[in-house]
Design a protein around this ligand. Sequence first.
Ligand SMILES: Nc1ncnc2c1ncn2[C@@H]1O[C@H](COP(=O)(O)OP(=O)(O)OP(=O)(O)O)[C@@H](O)[C@H]1O
Ligand SMILES: [Mg+2]
Length: 227
Amino acid sequence: MNENKKIIIDIKKLDKTYKGPPTVRVLNAINLSIYKNEIVSIMGESGSGKTTLLNIIGGIDDATNGSIDIRDKKIHKMKETELAIFRNTMIGYIFQFHNLLNEFTALENVMIPFLINKYDKKLAKEKSTYLLERVGIADRINHKIGELSGGEAQRVAIARALINEPEIILADEPTGNLDKKNAVLIQEILWTLTKERNATLIIVTHSHSIAEYANRTLRMESGNILQ
Ligand SMILES: Nc1ncnc2c1ncn2[C@@H]1O[C@H](COP(=O)(O)OP(=O)(O)OP(=O)(O)O)[C@@H](O)[C@H]1O
Ligand SMILES: [Mg+2]
């Protein structure tokens, strides 16, 4: 990182508590700055709060206390409609279990977030087809998700996450349920596309080999970040 590094995600004193009983404090006054174009991996034991943190950054879940600014926008203060637009255009989210619509084709799944953003079917189809080619499944674009393998579905999920050219990509163990060969493939695709697009990537992983490729690795332990 050079001197001109610019903060894109700024998290201050972020808490997440589930009121019980028993009360569970999942995130413990987290302070964290993520820089533009950084690739950050997050590691940590099961239950340490990784998914919770990613969900709050992605605007899927909200914090109990604290602030989170993304490119100077205070997402913890956004109203639901503004947040929905923000999520759709600024954030590309890749879930551990792909979360695609099974009854729709690969192409349709990738097109949908674009159509929500700009209703241009022709452009949506062109861009989606291009991305599905880039992730290596050009021959499967008209298959329904239920007809694809886990690794193929995960590639569709990457294409879908990137369709609106988000500045931030959040990936929650995207290779967690794949064999080693496919895990490496998916990781390479994700890296290449992130860099090409000058995006910022936060990836939760249990894999040390994936973490090695990151600019920085954060470790989570019981709701705290050990830097
Ligand atoms: N609705 C809820 N009510 C109470 N506790 C919850 C709730 N949702 C999550 N938790 C707790 O929050 C903690 C953190 O969960 P989280 O999913 O963020 O962990 P994680 O680090 O992603 O784990 P994994 O590696 O298994 O995915 C866990 O102890 C979990 O039990
Ligand atoms: Mg998790």
